[in-house]
Design a protein around this ligand. Structure first.
Ligand code: MN
Length: 231
């Protein structure tokens, strides 16, 4: 049996201790999970239900990369986020048990074509072209959960060309990591390899060719990304 064309490789993340590598399955993302960011997007923060959306595994971009400024946008934004990497299955899991399925944590950037996202949002259309595009799921190497501990008040920052733009702590999340896993596990049979982008704090902003972005979370490996001219 042959394939009609070459089988696409599964994206793989390094672990900071070099112990093993993490093959990426699905990518779930959370919207408006920090109150100040919800407000800057024009919404009142809410605790009704978390806002979930997805990105394709083909959107993965590894830390250290240089990427072309994305096509089809004049307002592409950085969003630094804690990314949770699942190492065990989870279905209808209570929040109290949810951290037991986490293999590791990493720093991510949810690159967003804000102009396309907002235009879709205003018409009640899907966000996909604003969120799920090539190189939009930027990921640093993962740190084992045991080594990181539990997400608490660790500082999260994003700097652009050496200037800190986003600066918050993980305790400001509206939905905690265990709550997010529990909620998602009501909707999906979560599996090893699945990632969860847990939302961005306030002060998102536009990127430009020539930019160097650095995402940091206390206790995790730093993420770097360089933006080049468009294709
Ligand atoms: Mn985001």
């Amino acid at each position: 049996m042959t394939y009609l064309f070459e089988l696409a490789p599964v994206p793989v993340l390094e672990m900071t201790d070099g112990s093993a590598r993490f093959p990426v399955g699905r990518i779930f993302c959370v919207g408006q999970n920090y109150a100040a960011h919800a407000r800057e997007m024009g919404f009142e923060p809410q605790r009704d239900k978390p806002i979930f959306f997805t990105k394709s595994a083909s959107a993965v971009c590894l830390s250290g990369s240089t990427i072309a400024y994305p096509p089809g946008t004049a307002n592409c934004h950085f969003e630094v986020e804690l990314v949770v990497a699942l190492g065990r299955p989870a279905f209808r899991l209570p929040a109290a048990e949810a951290l037991s399925v986490v293999a590791g944590y990493g720093v991510g950037i949810d690159l967003t074509r804000r102009d396309l996202q907002n235009a879709a949002r205003d018409k009640g259309h899907p966000w996909d072209t604003g969120k799920d595009f090539e190189n939009s799921a930027v990921l640093a190497p993962l740190t084992l959960a045991d080594r990181f501990g539990a997400p608490g008040a660790q500082r999260i920052t994003l700097s652009q060309n050496g200037e800190i733009k986003q600066d918050a702590d993980l305790a400001q999340m509206i939905w905690s990591v265990p709550e997010l896993i529990a909620e998602l596990s009501q909707l999906y049979h979560l599996a090893p390899g699945d990632l969860i982008y847990t939302g961005t704090p306030a002060a998102v902003g536009p990127i430009a060719p020539g930019d160097r972005l650095v995402g940091s979370i206390e206790g995790l490996a730093e993420l770097t990304l360089t933006i080049a001219d468009p294709d």
